[in-house]
Design a protein around this ligand. Structure first.
Ligand SMILES: NC(=O)C1=CN([C@@H]2O[C@H](COP(=O)(O)OP(=O)(O)OC[C@H]3O[C@@H](n4cnc5c(N)ncnc54)[C@H](OP(=O)(O)O)[C@@H]3O)[C@@H](O)[C@H]2O)C=CC1
Ligand SMILES: Nc1nc(=O)c2c([nH]1)NC[C@@H]1CN(c3ccc(C(=O)N[C@@H](CCC(=O)O)C(=O)O)cc3)CN21
Ligand SMILES: O=c1ccn([C@H]2C[C@H](O)[C@@H](COP(=O)(O)O)O2)c(=O)[nH]1
Length: 297
């Protein structure tokens, strides 16, 4: 069993139309952890597959910036589209939208007007989180955001690609436990108990003699054994996944307007409506600091 630390990364879109396709591919491949299929020219066919299979939500991760004339017919369309922000300044329309809007409204020609963001465009920002399933349940309630998440229906953790093991994302309360028998094992990021050691731990739990770290490790290790046994018995990942704990590691991508990120930080970092969960705050607060530096929130 692996133990990951929570983390985040801002995924900046590369310039131009190529950057548009690559952003969709990078975010979309998180779902099936299929990054190994990415090549120099795989982005456009990937996007075409997403369109053909009607998985157009993935297209929302590509941000489109346009600068149009106030009186251009196209400006009118974008001003009335609810997934688009338009700033009107001195006769120009500074449009921020996403690729799904263009694809689903037959407006791919507008890509000819693609530009890099100026100070007058409302920014959209893509963030990749590595956290627990428990936390992505909370983040995914920010429903105006665009999302892509690693799938427990389709990822088979018993495969070599996942190291044939389960990965847990370390909860803050476990990290903050006073030093004990498991401290160095947890810090190393891998736990592997042979059968005798697992049975000894099980006995301690059953006898009610296990401490907090013992109980936490026991439950995760038992879940891992059961998951691997179920897949070995022929159960599909989407069946075996029901025994996985809420601290199972997952990857989540959110793309949102800066104004929506501000709302996210109010809830998940700053706690303006109640204390954020410590595992949410563990990624949201440093992300807030980083966004303040990069985008002057
Ligand atoms: N691993 C993964 O991440 C997977 C994710 N899913 C996701 O589950 C969802 C299934 O729900 P379903 O309702 O069919 O999917 P849709 O993606 O069609 O709708 C979801 C929401 O997207 C909004 N939306 C539509 N167009 C845009 C756009 N251009 N920009 C921003 N938001 C937009 C709609 O808003 P409104 O209500 O205002 O119209 C709607 O609320 C999908 O998003 C799908 O991708 C499914 C499988 C795997
Ligand atoms: N209704 C619905 N069902 C879905 O399954 C679905 C959606 N919507 N919306 C978008 C998400 C994202 N989806 C996907 C589907 C495939 C890949 C993918 O990586 N495909 C690889 C092959 C997979 C592999 O080799 O492991 C590819 O190269 O196309 C990514 C995201 C599926 N998704
Ligand atoms: O059929 C599906 C598969 C996935 N999703 C969404 C829900 C989550 O945000 C991610 C990962 O979900 P899993 O259930 O772990 O596959 O994708 C969905 O809505 N429908």
């Amino acid at each position: 069993m692996k133990i990951n630390q929570p983390s985040f990364e801002i995924w900046e879109q590369q310039p131009g139309v190529d950057g548009v396709y690559r952003q969709v591919e990078r975010c979309g491949r998180v779902c099936y952890k299929s990054e190994n299929h990415q090549t120099a020219d795989s982005a456009r066919p990937f996007v075409e597959r997403m369109i053909a299979s009607k998985h157009t939500a993935m297209l929302e991760h590509a941000t489109i910036y346009l600068t149009l004339d106030e009186h251009d017919d196209r400006t009118d369309f974008y001003r009335h589209n609810r997934f688009t922000h338009v700033n009107m300044v001195d006769g120009k329309a500074y449009v921020t939208t996403n690729l799904r809007v263009l694809v689903e409204n037959g407006r791919m020609n507008d890509l000819k007007e693609l530009c890099e963001p100026t100070a007058l465009h409302e920014r959209r920002v893509t963030v990749h989180f590595t956290t627990q399933v428990a936390i992505t349940r909370e983040f995914n309630r920010h429903r105006v955001n665009s999302m892509a998440e690693q799938s427990t229906r389709y990822c088979n953790y018993s495969k070599e690609k996942f190291g044939a093991e389960i990965t847990i994302n370390l909860p803050q309360w476990v990290k903050e436990l006073p030093d004990g028998a498991w401290t160095s094992t947890i810090e190393e990021g891998t736990v592997s108990l042979d059968d005798d050691a697992f049975l000894a731990l099980t006995k301690k739990v059953v006898a009610g003699e296990a401490d907090a770290a013992d109980n936490w490790l026991f439950a995760n290790l038992a879940a891992e054994r059961a998951y691997l046994n179920l897949t070995a018995l022929g159960r599909k990942p989407q069946e075996a996944r029901v025994v996985l704990p809420l601290d199972t590691n997952t990857e989540l991508v959110h793309t949102a307007f800066l104004s929506d990120w501000k709302h996210f930080f109010d809830l998940r970092a700053l706690g303006t409506t109640g204390a954020p969960h410590p595992d949410a705050k563990a990624v949201a607060l440093p992300l807030y600091e980083e966004m303040k530096r990069r985008f002057s929130l």
